[in-house]
Structures are given as structure tokens and as C-alpha cells.
Design a protein around this ligand. Structure first.
Ligand code: HH2
Length: 290
């Protein structure tokens, strides 16, 4: 039986205001300890972020974002097993080229830019010159306003066209196409129905020929689906089963990078799901690098 290859990306939020774990790992030592735990649980990639992108989040000044993420990336890099490439791969969740540059110098090799290289004109050149991996994610609008009545004629077609255009832009700026990962941006300018439609038809994005990353972890559409009779969304503490369900379905539809907070339980669910699915498909390869 051929096996399905996929990678787990553990979330390390060094922020006071992230929607599900804000304030828990604001201290660098707490964030590094959390990162160690995620690696023990099976994270292949750690995604370190110093700015929340939750709906309504306020932008963080560059100096503060640097202060949050750089010591944590340095600490994780010091901790790594000296394999080739070192494990875990470190990703920085930022839209600012100055922050990405410092993160790459500190040991990151993956830029997770939720603006898909639109927010900072320096970002595409930086990614191209450094030869790092990057994730291009779809978002309608920007975090402050993105949930204000998002509308699409066909959400999947529009997300696919957007990702195709951003990938062409990245390549025209010198980014190696083989280092690009694509993400439909679950929860970024989407209603509950848009998120479900994207997950249901995720395989249509495979036509773009790059690995797909999905981030459903603990998101509010899961809370909305499990809302109480009074319409109150289920709290973050009740969203793990829904996170697992959506990640398993995304695996079945071709996703190969899973961005999650609860690495251990999702790892177990994906291992069983992948074994059950067997070799029904194989995602485009994405080889880690240092
Ligand atoms: N989701 C979040 C942040 N970054 N990056 C990608 N590529 N895809 C995602 O779906 C994604 C992302 C939001 O989750 P979280 O980091 O937990 O929350 P916050 O932005 O509030 O810190």
C-alpha cells in the first residue's frame, strides 16, 4: 500500500489577542516550551506568529512583531535536531518583509504570508532571493474588515483564480514555483457556507499543481455549526472534534499541510485516515529544506 504524504504545521502564537490562545505564549520561554511540546506531538513545521489575523484584529507595529517572534524562532532553532534538513522546519506567519527577513536569519525557511505577497512590496523579492518556501493564502479584504458581508458568485472558482494569479505573480518575481504552497484561507473573508463549500470542493484547487495547506483549527465556523439553541457559538474548548473532522475530510480531498493548534490529536486522526484511504491519490511533493 503506498502511503499518503502530509505534514503537520503546529501553531505558535506569540500574541496577546489570538482568537483561541491569545496571551498563553506571549513570553518567549513559554512559547519555546510550547513549540517543544508540539514537536514531541509530531509537528513537522512550526508556524510562529506575532500578529493576530482574527477578524477585527488591529495591526501590530513592526518593532513589536520583531520583538515577539525573533527570540522564539532563535530558541526553536537552537533546540532542533541537527538532521539535514533540521526538524522542525520553522515558518513565520507575517506579511511584513522586515519581520520575514529577521525570521529567515534566525532560522526560519518558510514564509506564511496571509496577504499572498500583497501587503509589502518587498516580500516577493525577499522570498525569491532567500529561496525559502512560502504559503500564498486567499483572503477577501483585510483582517479588520474581512467578515463584513463577504460575497462571491462561486467561492471556489474565485479562490482558485486568485491563487493562480498570485502564484503567477510570485513566479514572475523570481520565486521558485516548487517552493509555493497554496491555501484557500478558511475563515478569511468567508461565511460559514463559503468555508464548507471550499472544504467540500477542495480537490478543485489541486488543479493548480501545488500542495494545499488548510487551516480550520478551532475556527469560528466550527463553533457556529455547533451553536447552542440560543445561537451562541460553541466555545473554542469544544472545537477539537470539528477540527479533526475537517482536517480528515481535507486530507481525503487532497490537502497535504495541516495547520493546527492541537497537533497530537490531529496527528492520530490523520494517521488513521491516511492508512484507511491508502494510496488513492498523492499530493504534489513539497520537500522540506533547512
Ligand atoms: N489562520 C490563521 C493564521 N494564519 N495562515 C494560513 N496559511 N492559513 C490559515 O488558515 C491561517 C493562517 C488564524 O489562526 P490563529 O493563528 O490561531 O489565530 P490568530 O490569527 O488570531 O493568531
Amino acid at each position: 500500500m503506498s502511503s499518503l504524504s502530509y505534514r503537520l504545521m503546529g501553531v505558535v502564537n506569540v500574541t496577546p489577542d489570538s482568537f483561541s490562545d491569545g496571551g498563553l505564549f506571549l513570553d518567549a520561554q513559554a512559547a519555546i516550551a510550547h513549540a517543544r511540546e508540539l514537536v514531541r506531538e509530531g509537528a513537522d513545521i512550526l508556524d510562529v506568529g506575532g500578529e493576530s489575523t482574527r477578524p477585527g484584529a488591529e495591526p501590530v507595529p513592526t518593532a513589536e512583531e520583531l520583538r515577539r517572534v525573533v527570540p522564539v524562532i532563535e530558541g526553536i532553532a537552537r533546540d532542533r535536531t541537527p538532521s539535514d534538513p533540521p526538524r522542525p522546519q520553522i515558518s513565520v506567519d507575517t506579511s511584513k518583509a522586515v519581520v520575514a527577513r529577521a525570521a529567515l536569519q534566525a532560522g526560519a525557511s518558510f514564509v506564511n504570508d496571509v496577504s499572498a505577497l500583497r501587503a509589502d512590496p518587498e516580500m516577493a523579492g525577499l522570498v525569491a532571493d532567500s529561496g525559502c518556501y512560502c504559503c500564498l493564502m486567499h483572503m477577501l479584504g483585510e483582517p479588520r474588515t474581512m467578515q463584513a458581508g463577504p460575497r462571491y458568485d462561486d467561492v471556489v472558482d474565485e479562490v482558485r483564480s486568485f491563487l493562480e494569479e498570485r502564484m503567477a505573480f510570485a513566479v514572475s518575481e523570481g520565486v521558485d514555483e516548487r517552493r509555493i504552497v497554496l491555501d484557500p484561507g478558511i475563515g478569511f473573508g468567508k461565511t460559514l457556507e463559503h468555508n464548507l463549500e471550499l472544504l467540500r470542493r477542495l480537490d478543485e484547487l489541486l488543479e493548480l499543481g501545488r500542495p494545499l495547506l488548510v487551516g480550520t483549527s478551532r475556527k469560528s465556523f466550527i463553533g457556529g455549526l455547533l451553536a447552542a439553541a440560543d445561537g451562541e457559538p460553541a466555545p473554542v474548548s469544544r472545537r477539537l472534534p470539528g477540527t479533526i473532522a475537517t482536517n480528515v475530510l481535507a486530507l481525503q480531498r487532497g490537502a497535504s499541510v495541516f495547520r493546527v493548534h492541537d497537533v497530537g490529536p490531529v496527528r492520530d486522526a490523520l494517521a488513521v485516515a491516511a492508512a484507511t484511504l491508502g494510496g488513492r491519490w498523492s499530493p504534489p511533493s513539497m520537500t522540506p529544506t533547512s
